[in-house]
Design a protein around this ligand. Sequence first.
Ligand code: NIG
Ligand code: FE
Length: 426
Amino acid sequence: MADALAVINCSQLVTLAGARRPRVGAELRELAIIEDGAMLVRGERIKRVGARTEIEPLIEGDCEVVDAGGRVVLPGFVDAHTHPVFAGTRADEFERRARGETYQEIAARGGGIRATVRKTREASEDELVAVSRRYRNWFLRAGTTTVEAKSGYGLSVEDELKMLRAIRRLGEEGSLRYVGTFLGAHDIAEEYRARRDDYVRLVVEEMLPRVADAGLAEFCDVFCEERVFAVEESRRILGAARARGLGLRVHADQLSLSGGARLAAEVRAATADHLEHADAAGIAALKSADVQPVLLPCSVYALGATKYPAAREMIGAGLAVVLATDFNPGSSPTPSMTMALSLAATHLKMTPAEGVTAATINAAHSLRRGHELGSLEAGKLADFVIHDCADYRELAYFFGVEHAREVFVGGRRVFSRGAARLQDGV
Ligand code: NIG
Ligand code: FE
């Protein structure tokens, strides 16, 4: 690796430079694009961004020059809600849903999250790391350089710790950055079905202390939903997590209006995620507590549902919206942030610019990484992507296409599609 890098010939250098806080309202549309832009990187950090005419004279002899070829350059996507470690797949359930069963019916028949829990419990930590490398590659190839990564398919003390250790190892051995979230309250473990209070006690009194003491997670999440964790149970778990110094995230109002958004506001969570069924009072509560909504349109799409979250109302209320994939083996088997951008435009009526802000700088802030990730500004980590288009709006417009052509993490090239050539020579 050359210690210095110059990226030149960017049709649009989409910097997202701006206020050092999550963006709201009209700010979501301000991408601070530098046309014919260039960027200097030294070591793992960005040294300078500017117009090509300004940057080129500063390029020194030892500097590797990366010619973007008139393409757009964006910060790496920050995917602030994923479940990227699990054993097995649920392709069988996918087929059953195509034949007419619903996600909830399959869950009630012992499938869903519980099916993945059974397989994940059987896997060793090494096996989990091995299968999850495949998904790590997918994220990077899709232009994502940071993921928030939840546990939640272990549901016992040892299996939750195993998942979180696997997440930490995946981050240490590879280029993708992982931010760990403890989701022991993803479902009631099978063996606790008849005594749910005992499961909540297990999460609070045994799992949380072990997770916090081992420093294995920065956040704690709860699936607050009818028939999963009730508001009162969720409040107890989140309160205990807060007392242990963890930041809070909540799966809120996904399948029904269950009070998750209001709870997220009450406990001053960093984020309330999903929110398909949140009402106006829930949105107002999020605003009053500065909670960031994390919208996950890929899971609505993949479940064949029609009720998408009310993004325009949230933006109108001044919320610092985040977009994420919710990558998981059940409700959202996609690592593609550009798919999320596409659905955000077609179903949430977010403009491509709003989507990009929600998928980068706002997402970084939701993970307490806004000071070093999510925008291309001097001093920040050099996580950036050259996409194969000249106009950033094409990332949302052409969907089902892998746009990322070269991906850099901390100033190091970790993926390059440039060498691929079709046999007909195109
Ligand atoms: O975010 N809502 C709960 N958890 C996931 C689904 C996980 C699964 O089906 O395995 C979600 O949609
Ligand atoms: Fe989720």
